[in-house]
Design a protein. Structure first.
Length: 250
């Protein structure tokens, strides 16, 4: 069963608890069982029903991304078709599940639970500044930029989400340069200085490839439905390295 089928089934919420589990339960119609879990900052419940840590992380990442996307749209005042389509560009969702995932988006937008609670639960489950959070931020920037620009309100929202996930100011500026409405810069993608030699450039390239390899990300909690994001990232890393290598060769 794909991750969306597990989420729609609702039982995953029992294994996760907290605001993320509450949202899963609300989607399944088990609001009474989950209402206590909507409180921000509640600890994640013990593993239940045979859900291992990796599956819990998969569910939490998927639901939190939807919740954070919905809250971002709400902070900007509107939810546009472009934003919904941008989400589907990067995430595999079977046609049969689209309606339910749309309902989850609407539930997240309407719940009084703030974005902070979802981000903090993710941080508790994955650890601060987890590699998968880079992909989460990239997806949020992609959705924010769906209408051609990241607004000031969206930028402020994304900054606060990044801080909740364990990134600092410098990290956010790097993420903004990488994923915001800016032209791709190969040195920024590899996170190196423009005067770096090829030895340092190659090392940075290989380190990033290891860090963002799809298999490693899956082992660290990125659902397979989001692997398109990881392969896009790897392609960007490889293209940046080739650009710099060619400039040194000329």
């Amino acid at each position: 069963m794909n991750i969306w089928g597990i989420i729609i089934g609702g039982t995953a919420g029992l294994a996760i608890g907290g605001p993320i589990g509450g949202l899963v339960g609300a989607l399944a119609g088990h609001v009474a069982e989950h209402v206590a879990n909507h409180a921000a900052g509640q600890s994640i419940a013990p593993i239940a029903g045979g859900y291992d840590k990796n599956l819990r992380q998969n569910v939490a990442f998927s639901v939190a991304l939807i919740a954070l996307s919905a809250k971002m749209a709400k902070s900007d005042g509107t939810v546009t078709l472009d934003e919904v389509l941008a989400f589907r560009e990067k995430v595999e969702i079977p046609e049969k599940d689209i309606k339910k995932i749309g309902q989850l988006w609407d539930l997240a937008r309407q719940t009084p639970t703030g974005y902070e609670a979802y981000a903090r639960q993710l941080r508790q489950l994955f650890g601060a500044k987890a590699t998968v959070f880079e992909h989460l931020m990239g997806l949020l920037f992609h959705i924010a930029n769906a209408d051609g620009t990241v607004t000031d309100k969206e930028n402020e929202y994304l900054y606060h989400v990044a801080i909740e996930l364990g990134f600092d100011d410098a990290d956010f500026q790097r993420l903004k340069r990488l994923y915001g409405d800016y032209p791709d810069n190969p040195y920024q993608i590899l996170n190196i200085a423009t005067d770096s030699n090829m030895e340092d450039t190659r090392k940075a390239w290989l380190d990033l490839l290891r860090l963002h390899h799809p298999d490693r990300l899956q082992a660290n909690g990125l659902p397979v439905e989001f692997i398109r994001s990881a392969t896009d990232k790897v392609a960007k890393i490889n293209a940046a390295y080739e650009t710099i290598k060619q400039s040194h060769a000329s």
